[in-house]
Design a protein around this ligand. Structure first.
Ligand code: SAM
Length: 298
């Protein structure tokens, strides 16, 4: 299945306010938003994209041939600043996973598809879910399931995982999902392993920390009047975003060496937006999306 971009018109309409400007797509995926942004730019405009996933970067290189476009592997942080100029007009983040990642059994993101328990967005760094589960203590696993999945059975699932692990390593998505389903049979449509998979994925990919670094870096690069649009898919991400853009907050961060004290003065330029019922009907995966957009004060 290809990836259907979420809140496409709404996000790009809010983002692109200067056709000659410099824009960043911090989460290229399969390029749905990037292509739309490029369609709104003049020949003087430019778009720089990032993705942690090498497959997304290779996809971009093989499908977009446009002098105004460039893409880099990784996340938008102080290291990636070297590829950029300051005075960026707009930055988009469409966090989370692409359908293409979820649908590829070999990536190990989906409890519905039997594959190795990997779950890394960036296959060139970090450790797989399988490796983490083999090293983590019961308490560490329970904490992750609670913190990143709000899983109310976090302690029992963590115990189940560590007890099973002692007999035989959990190396596949099917094994982990089956184990949880056996203990907590499915009630309704939601698979009982949904929150466990989400929590482990967020943890091993450092998604919340990266989101914070992305926003700090974006703040650093954005010109006055520039716009940040974010699309989040769960409440943890959305909470961080809301918190970040609270008026006049002062932030100090170890990863932003150039100007560690940043006064954030942003205006929200839209109420939080959600997909319409029509969009959800056409793309079930859009149902939890929340869009926010902010403009940096002049
Ligand atoms: C929801 S998809 C983006 C879809 C894209 N907007 C499109 O229309 O095709 C998220 C993509 O961003 C990547 N990603 C997620 N969080 C990231 C981050 N903090 N930094 C860089 N890439 C990230 C994932 O690997 C994935 O390919």
């Amino acid at each position: 299945m290809t990836h259907i971009p979420v809140l496409l018109e709404e996000s790009v309409d809010l983002l692109v306010h200067n056709p000659n400007g410099v824009y960043i797509d911090g989460t290229f995926g399969r390029g749905g938003h990037s292509k739309k942004i490029l369609s709104k730019l003049s020949s003087k405009g430019s778009l720089i994209a990032f993705d942690k996933d090498l497959e997304a970067v290779n996809f971009a290189k093989s499908t977009i041939s446009d002098k105004r476009f460039s893409i880099f592997h990784g996340t938008l942080n102080s290291k990636s600043i070297k590829h950029l100029t300051y005075g960026v007009d707009g930055i988009l983040f469409d966090f989370g996973l692409c359908s293409t990642q979820l649908d590829d059994a070999e990536r190990g993101f989906s409890f519905g598809k039997a594959g190795p328990l990997d779950m890394r967005m960036n296959q060139e760094s970090g450790i797989s879910a399988m490796e983490w589960l083999s090293k983590a203590t019961e308490k560490e696993i329970a904490d992750v399931l609670w913190k990143y999945g709000e899983e109310k059975h976090s302690k029992s699932i963590a115990r189940l995982i560590t007890n099973t692990q002692q007999r035989q390593p959990i190396t596949s998505t099917a094994k982990l999902a089956g184990l949880i389903e056996e203990k907590f049979p499915r009630v309704g449509r939601k698979h009982p392993a949904t929150k466990t998979f989400q929590a482990i994925r967020i943890y091993i990919n450092d998604e919340i920390e990266d989101l914070k670094i992305n926003l700090l870096t974006a703040d650093h690069l954005l010109s006055s009047g520039g716009i940040i649009v974010t699309i989040a898919f769960h409440s943890l991400e959305d909470r961080e975003i809301k918190e970040f853009f609270k008026p006049s907050r002062t932030e100090v961060h170890k990863d932003i060496p150039l100007n560690p004290i940043i006064e954030k003065k942003y205006n929200s330029i839209t109420n939080k937006l959600k997909p319409t019922p029509e969009e959800i009907l056409n793309n079930q995966r859009s149902r939890s999306a929340i869009l926010r957009a902010y403009q940096k004060n002049e």
